[in-house]
Design a binder for this molecule. Sequence first.
Ligand SMILES: Cc1ncc(COP(=O)(O)O)c(C=O)c1O
Ligand SMILES: [Zn+2]
Length: 409
Amino acid sequence: MSNIKGLKCISCGQEYEVEGMQYICEKCGGNLDVVYDYGEIASRLTRESLAKDTDYSVWRYWDLLPLSDRSNIMPLQIGWTPLYRAKRLEQKLGLKSLHMKDDGRNPSGSFKDRASSVAICKALELDFKVIAGASTGNAASSTACLGASLGISPTIFVPAAAPEAKVAQLLVFGATVYAVSGTYDEAFDLCTEICAEYGWFNRNTGYNPYTREGKKTVSFEICEQLGWDVPDTVLVPVGDGNIISGVWKGFKDLKAVGLIDRLPRLIAVQSDKSSAVVDALLGDGKVRTIEATTVADSISVDLPRDGDAAVKAVKESNGTGILVSDEKILQSILTVARGAGIFGEPAGVTAYAGLEKMREEGTIGDDERVVCLVTGNGLKDVKSAIKVAGEPVSIQPTLASFQESVGPA
Ligand SMILES: Cc1ncc(COP(=O)(O)O)c(C=O)c1O
Ligand SMILES: [Zn+2]
């Protein structure tokens, strides 16, 4: 991989050469970041080369990915999800420019397909026989879906309370599924222990340095879809903090290769019932374990596994963090659905909930050009949606019964 210089620890800065699979820093246990040779990449990857590229997926950014073998690419449409101008929500919020990035349109219905695409390719390049992962649900269903497209059946550990639809996806795609009686954090640690013991590829979010590399592709797309006009503010829902650290990496990559000349500020949005990263951002910068209980299962995390990188990313961007209530998150399912035609799962609309709160507080200005990530499809958790969506009107199959409800014609 001539585009890669090595790996660097996010916490202590120790550098490593890429040799086989390395997960974390041997010195301090910190997460690792892939370091690119931007000079070399900039000579090939230009606005002109991208304009000529007809591959509208995450793979159009191959030069900025840590992979060497294109033969492992999945035959699915991953990435290049729609970036909608949300005019009705602009009006509601009094904003001049708001775009929603609908990542629920990925093959397994969530943003996680970006991470899984790169992680699975890496596992295959390194000839791993088993791919395993722990997940609140989406990373797992994504690994199962993308794996199935290549005839691979991963081994998955999910908390027993994971939403039914996500578990259904896992089983439908043929993964071997272990429902762990415990939290996501316990499933995560168990998976890490088992992978070390059996020599399996561990796809766990944050712990695996390649998930961030897939996630960063969303920033490439945002810039390209906006005609290289970098937004001012990007709101991101945060659980482990790996999406937001990836979003930041993506913008920084583009600047490093000269495709953009400025960077946005990032806003980390969490539920006040799963607040570890925002607590750190608003406090002393240290990420501490909390007891997460939010209804937004995908971002219910006790100890964010890419928390340090997330805090660093938000701070570097001159951004901030904001907490929203679970009630506000559930209400945002309706607002985003009715205001933009996008049905998001609770975590999926959490960034929007943060935007609404920041507009109320006046911490996002009228003229800011805002992008809001919608990270997961609403069909993944209909139970939560039904809590706020109301009930249909029950009638008999007769005109009289209908008229009883609405009155005469
Ligand atoms: C729909 C959705 N939104 C947001 C997130 C948060 O991403 P991260 O855990 O990388 O912060 C996840 C993670 O599972 C997710 O599935
Ligand atoms: Zn280190």
